[in-house]
Design a binder for this molecule. Structure first.
Ligand code: ADP
Ligand code: MG
Length: 237
């Protein structure tokens, strides 16, 4: 589903050049649930933004669903984002003056779906997230957990193949965070590939593979079952 080979990315600021990703190799199968960890500044968001076609890369090859994604026109990139990818962010990125239903329906607006049809679809997704009664409320009338469920509903409404979530539980308490992970697991069980950036171990522990970034390279890739087995062997020894 996602193939990254030798990906390099630098940010240039005047005379300064910051080499952020220094050769990333990663294959993600369709239907996988993967977490990306690493300290602040290690390049996690940069990597996610490349996979989400929000940003370009300098070197290497990135394929999404078999197609090489490189220096795309904004029009084509937008098409891919609208049809393949759902985004979830730490800060929710909801539109403050639109109600819950309109926020969820927004991706369909960009797909030029008519208002009646997109609001009907939005209500289905709100229902799925237990937010039907909140359809006509503004985001600031919702709790953090409700806002994130709203953002997840919005990410799902266009039937994406991949969900990219950048620290989606970063602004939530631990109980709500784990509820959010259950939600992501249910979504993953429907076959949607999920990449989630987190710096919380117990969040990463809920995913199938943990990718650890350090200074722009992959430091380790650990399959969760194996890690648990390894840990229990250490305890036994
Ligand atoms: P992480 O998400 O792991 O905290 P980021 O990928 O956001 O890290 O950032 C990696 C490095 O790249 C940081 O040093 C950050 O300041 C820098 N950086 C990120 N985005 C930009 C940008 N648009 N322009 C310049 N530097 C950036
Ligand atoms: Mg980040």
């Amino acid at each position: 589903m996602i193939s990254l080979k030798g990906i390099h990315k630098s940010y240039v600021n005047g005379k300064n050049r910051l080499h952020v990703l220094k050769g990333i190799d990663l294959e993600v199968e369709s239907g996988e649930f993967i977490s990306i960890m690493g300290s602040s500044g290690s390049g996690k968001s940069t990597l996610l933004n490349i996979v989400g076609i929000l940003d370009n890369y300098d070197e290497g090859e990135f394929r999404l669903g078999g197609e090489v994604i490189r220096n795309m026109s904004e029009r084509k990139a937008a098409w891919y984002r609208n049809h393949m990818i759902g985004f979830v962010f730490q800060s929710f990125n909801l539109i403050s003056y639109k109600n819950a239903m309109e926020n969820v329906a927004m991706p369909l607006y960009y797909q030029k779906v008519g208002r009646r049809k997109r609001n009907l679809r939005a209500m289905e997704y709100l229902d799925m997230m237990g937010l039907r009664e909140w359809a006509h409320h503004l985001p600031n009338e919702l709790s953090g957990g409700q806002k994130q469920r709203l953002a997840i509903a919005r990410s799902l409404i266009s039937n994406p193949k991949v969900i990219l979530a950048d620290e989606p539980t970063g602004a939530l308490d631990s109980k709500t965070s784990l509820e959010m992970m259950d939600l992501f697991k249910n979504i993953n069980n429907t076959g949607i590939t999920i990449l989630i950036v987190t710096h919380e171990r117990d969040i990463a522990a809920e995913t199938q593979r943990i990718i650890r970034l350090r200074d722009g390279v992959i430091d380790s890739i650990v399959k969760n079952g194996e890690r648990k087995k390894w840990l229990s062997e250490q305890v036994m020894a």
